[in-house]
Design a protein around this ligand. Sequence first.
Ligand code: PMT
Length: 403
Amino acid sequence: MTYNGKRILLGVSGGIAAYKAAELARRLVAAGAKVKVVMTKAAQEFVTPMTFQALTGEKVAAAMFGPGSEPLEHVALGQATDAIVLAPATANLLGKMAAGIGDDLLTTILLAATKPILVCPAMNCEMWVHPAVQENVARLQARGLTVLPPAAGELACGATGYGRLPEPETILEALAKLVSHQDLAGRRVLVTAGPTHEDLDPVRFLTNRSSGKQGYALAKVAWRRGAQVCLVSGPTLLPAPHGVERVDIWSAREMLDAVLARFPESEALLMAAAVGDYHPTSRSEHKMKRGSQELTVHLTQNPDILKKVATLKKKQVVVGFAAETRDLEVAARQKLEDKGLDLIVANAVNRADSGFAVDTNEVTIIGRRNLVVRLPLLSKEEVAARVLDQVAALLPPREGGGG
Ligand code: PMT
C-alpha cells in the first residue's frame, strides 16, 4: 500500500496503546505519507513527543498556548491534511468529540477539521461496552466519522475482551480508503483468488502455484475505492482483507457454486483465481496405499466458470486472467473471445518476478475495440489499480444517477 505524499494528521490521546501509535507513524512514513503528530497532554505521559518527532521528521504539536505553539494551528492543522487518524482514541477523547468540546489542541483541531477522520478507540473492555461510550461512538458515526472498532485480545489491564488498538496493518488499510478516490463507491465487485484443490483422497490433492496475492490485491484496492467486495478464495495463507467479505472454497466446483450464487447481484467479476482444469474422476474414501510401481489417475474436466457466467451476463463487466508461458497476447486474446469476456489480463509467468506467488506482476490488459494496455513490472496492488481503472471505465452509469 502506498500513501505517496498524502498528508496524514495522527492524533494520539492518553492510553497505554499510545506506544503502538509510534509504530503506526513509522509505517505511515515508510508507506510514503507526510505525518504530522498531535498529542494530548495525557498521551505525553505514555510516549514522548521526541519519539514521534524522530519517526516522522516533523515537530510534534501538543499545546495550544506557550512555547512551541503556533498561532492558528488549531484551525490550520485539521484542514491542511488529507485525513486524520486518532490512534488510540480514549473514552475521554470520544466523549469530548461527541459533545463538541474543544479544550486542548487536538480536540480544537477536530472541531475545525474539514477532512475525513478515522477514529481508532482503544480502552479497557468494560469501558468500551459502557452505554455512554457506545452512544458517543454512534454519534460520531452518524456525523460521518469512520470508527474502526477495537480488536479482541488480552488488554494491558489484564482483562481479555474488545479494547485493543487494531494492528497497524488494519489501521493503514482503513485509512487508505479515506484518502482514496471513491470511483467505485457502492459498486458490487466479485473477485476470485488463489488455487483450487482437487482431492485424490483425504490427504492428497492436485493444485497449482497460485498464492492468491493478485486476487487479494484486487479485492483490497476495489474496497479502498469504495466498492462492496466479495472475495471467493481458494485455500491461501493470506489474511482476509479488511472490509471485504471472504467466501472460502476448496475445489473448482465449489468456486463455481460460490461465483454463480453471487454473480447476478454483482456489477463486475474479476477472475484472478487459477482454477484447476481437471479433478480426479473418483476420490478415494481412504488414504490410497502405495502399491505397484505405476499409478494411473483418471481426470475429469472441471466446469469452465467464466463460460457459465457468460450465459448469465447482463450488464456486468467480466474480467478474466491468463497466465501464459509463451505467445502471451495471442493466447490471451483467444481466451477473451472463447469466454465472452470484456477484458483479459495477461500475465507472463515465465519470469521469476511475475505471475505466481511473487509480489510483482507484469501484465497486458486486453479488451474489446483494440484496447491493449502494456504495463511494466508493478506491484500486484498497482496492477490491481490499473485493472480497476479499466473496469471503472466500462461500468454502466449507476441507476439513479451517481457514479
Ligand atoms: O495468485 P498469485 O500467486 O498472485 O498469481 C496470480 C495468477 C498468476 C494466478 C493470476 O494473475 C492469473 O493469471 N490467474 C489466472 C490463471 C490462469 O492461467 O488461468 P487459465 O488460463 O487457466 O484461465 C483463464 C481464465 O479462466 C482465468 O480467469 C480463470 O480464472 C478462468 N477459469 C479457468 C478454468 C476454469 N475451469 N474456469 C475458469 O473460469
